[in-house]
Design a protein around this ligand. Sequence first.
Ligand code: S3P
Length: 428
Amino acid sequence: METITKAQSLQGSVIIPGDKSISHRAVMFGAIAKGTTRITNFLPGADCLSTISCFKQMGVHIEQDGASVVVKGKGMDALQEPTELLNVGNSGTTFRLMMGLLAGRPFHSVLAGDESIAKRPMNRVSIPLLQMGATIDGRNNGTFAPISIRGGNLNGISYDSPVASAQVKSAILLAGLQATGNTTVTETHRSRNHTENMFESFGVNVIRDGLSVSVTGGQELKATNVEVPGDISSAAFFLVAGAIVPDSTITLLNVGINHTRSGIVDVLEQMGADLTIQNKRIVNQEEVADLTIKTSELTGITIEGEMIPRLIDELPVIALLATQAQGTTVIKNAEELKVKETNRIDAVVHALNKLGASIEGTGDGMIIKGHTPLHGGEVSSLGDHRIGMMLAVAGCITDGKVNLKLPEAIRVSYPDFFDHLKQLRAGS
Ligand code: S3P
């Protein structure tokens, strides 16, 4: 249990830890590349550590010391058949990207994870992989973990993905690298493009054409060094905290602002937040900047369509932000929230309404009526890191303390979260 009390103001700066999506990919691509990949500012959160341990089980030599990782890749063909289950813990990204990779490896493997993973749909990845010729099975006709894979010869496909999901897209592209001919994935809206960007850094030729991405099979990855930018999905909690806790000024350093991820910046600006973006630079094909947020008056907006994949992981904390805005905020087209680490529509509605918010859950999002003062109470992360951090930020503005159950879930993506929050409360 963690107790959070109202903050008078939040002041200071935080160096945002490494991006989770990019950290996973750096380890995976390093593991299947030839040569040594050095990763700096790696996120040593539980999810990314799961990716490292899965590759170690397949014989890849990886040294990790905090945020520094050295991966000694010997190429895709050097991966060995694991003798045990590959346990991804809570990490959907590890699970789904590994499915694509393992679909083309000539051995048997079984992917499994925690209780949350067992409830998340994996058929969105197995359906295209089966079309490519893979042999995959799992609970409920291949829908749920554990998923077993007997990798084999794959043929390239052209796949229209019904969901804008970077996990699905990346899994297909990883399989496509091992398939004959070309593999193309077309999305309904553009999802995060870190796989495409990093493939290019590892020497893979990627063809991007509107909402489609293609690779030709048989290309080898060449090791490279990866400097991971700070995770905008982690920064989001302090961006919202800075906007809603009175008299605050917070600077977040080294934040990845890749356009496919920066929907929260657009939303803050549209709601009237006082946000400044400085020191824009490019690191490994990824745009990075320092962000300063100050408390301000906010107004409700509608968030929908192509914006949704650009801020999907930030929607729980955006819902909190909207409780402090004047007027109504409507979130639409976000049915994907139901299949995240928890059903994030239900989780947000239940916990924030318990603290005094006025949020109605809908089939594909939420309707949030503001401005509502919030009060203390006992709430739970439900084992979902982003619900946990959102509620900890809520506790900074509640009259009366918030008792947060299962705060340890936050270790999945932001092990230093409470230390950084403490620093800002102390104004250092
Ligand atoms: C991720 C993609 C997103 C996101 C997840 C990380 C990735 O999931 O929610 O936290 O690293 O590719 P979907 O691809 O299912 O939208």
